[in-house]
Design a protein around this ligand. Structure first.
Ligand code: SAH
Length: 344
């Protein structure tokens, strides 16, 4: 197998190039080209023709291709469907906020987690993405859209903590001063609650924002919509979250998709408030996105507002997430599903 050069960090690249008899500074040159979005070694014009040919023989460089691009008429949100080297497709979404442009990227092709309300998991996990494929989503979203990206959320297709090593590598590449140099504080990572991996992430002591897809305060309800809750029940998840806050000093953001008649009662708001009492936490209430193949429906606006107020009264900060790109299926694997079912 040829070597995936885009996933290499500067040290690995230095090592690989020194094995080709190149001086140390070459690695920096190549790294810079890669992270500015070079599509071929041929473009790397400050390297000799001979070295460019040698690199092309030793390494693969396979930038993603845009299969579909949809731009929201209402808010300018852009959704990309990319085709990867092996023909698989993933999505990224560029959102324009006051605080800067944010790209939401995928970490896997498909997902193994099986959450009842999520379109990304319908066909199961196909494969995990490489670090380079995650970098490329950020880089080529920026280059294609012309919008400078300042923030990243790992909230697209896949479970980032199920692809821990590659995600960790991605974070160090994207954060690198000679790469896109996006600060950890500008990165959020969302998980459905893989407790051992949350504990492993805490050990890394990164300054990123951890989002936890809680969606229900009790095992009885959470296990019915998030299968991994059976392995890692709410009490263990919350213990890991508390330890995470203590270790990193960072506030956790809890995602709560409001599903009509399932998790949106005021009793559940009380239970949620009790669970988060005394914690460095923030709750993000998201009206459920209607997914075609699912019987689950969003809560009414009134119910969302009442739920939010019940949390606020208990001293828990909760915001209702603004929906962007709803005219372009901008959420959670919907575009990939549509595309693949058409192709099939
Ligand atoms: N696997 C990770 C990240 C990807 S999903 C995780 O579970 O957190 C990103 C967020 O979108 C998660 O909070 C997920 O629960 C939520 N989500 C998935 N489908 C949704 C839907 N139909 N409506 C609202 N939120 C949804």
């Amino acid at each position: 197998m040829m070597c995936d050069i885009k996933s290499m960090d500067l040290e690995e690249l230095t090592q690989a190039l020194s094995e080709l008899g190149e001086p140390k500074f070459r690695a920096g040159q190549v790294f810079t080209w890669l992270h500015r979005g070079a599509r071929s070694f041929e473009e790397m014009t400050n390297l000799s023709k001979q070295l460019r040919a040698r690199l092309a023989a030793e390494f693969t460089l396979c930038p993603p291709e845009v299969v579909r691009k949809q731009v929201s008429r209402t808010d300018g949100t852009i959704k990309y469907l990319w085709r990867l080297c092996d023909g698989n497709c993933v999505e990224s979404v560029v959102m324009r906020y006051h605080h800067g442009n944010t790209v939401c990227i995928s970490s896997e092709v498909g997902c193994a987690m099986g959450c009842a309300f999520c379109a990304s998991t319908r066909g199961g996990l196909v494969r995990r993405l490489t670090a380079g494929e995650m970098v490329d989503q950020v880089l080529f979203s920026q280059l294609d859209s012309g919008l400078p990206i300042s923030n990243i959320v790992l909230m697209g297709i896949g479970e980032p903590l199920d692809n821990f090593e590659n995600v960790r590598k991605f974070l160090s590449l994207i954060n690198h001063p000679q790469g896109m140099h996006i600060g950890m504080r500008h990165i959020s990572l969302s998980t459905c609650g893989l407790v051992p991996r949350i504990r492993q992430l805490a050990e890394e002591d990164l300054q990123l924002t951890l989002s936890v897809s809680l969606h229900a305060p009790t095992d009885a309800v959470r296990s019915t919509i998030i299968p991994v809750n059976k392995a890692y029940p709410v009490s263990e998840l919350m213990a890991a979250c508390r330890d995470y806050c203590q270790k990193t000093g960072r506030r956790i953001s809890f995602e709560y998709a409001m599903i009509r008649g399932v998790n949106d009662s005021l009793e559940q708001a009380q239970a949620l408030a009790a669970l988060l009492q005394g914690m460095l936490a923030h709750v993000n209430l998201i009206p459920l996105n209607d997914v075609a193949e699912s019987p689950l429906k969003p809560s009414t606006r009134q119910q969302v507002a009442a739920f939010q107020q019940a949390l606020t009264e208990k001293g828990i900060t909760a915001t209702v997430r603004r929906t962007l790109g709803s005219d372009i299926d901008a959420s959670c694997g919907q575009l990939r599903r549509k595309y693949e079912s058409k192709e099939a």
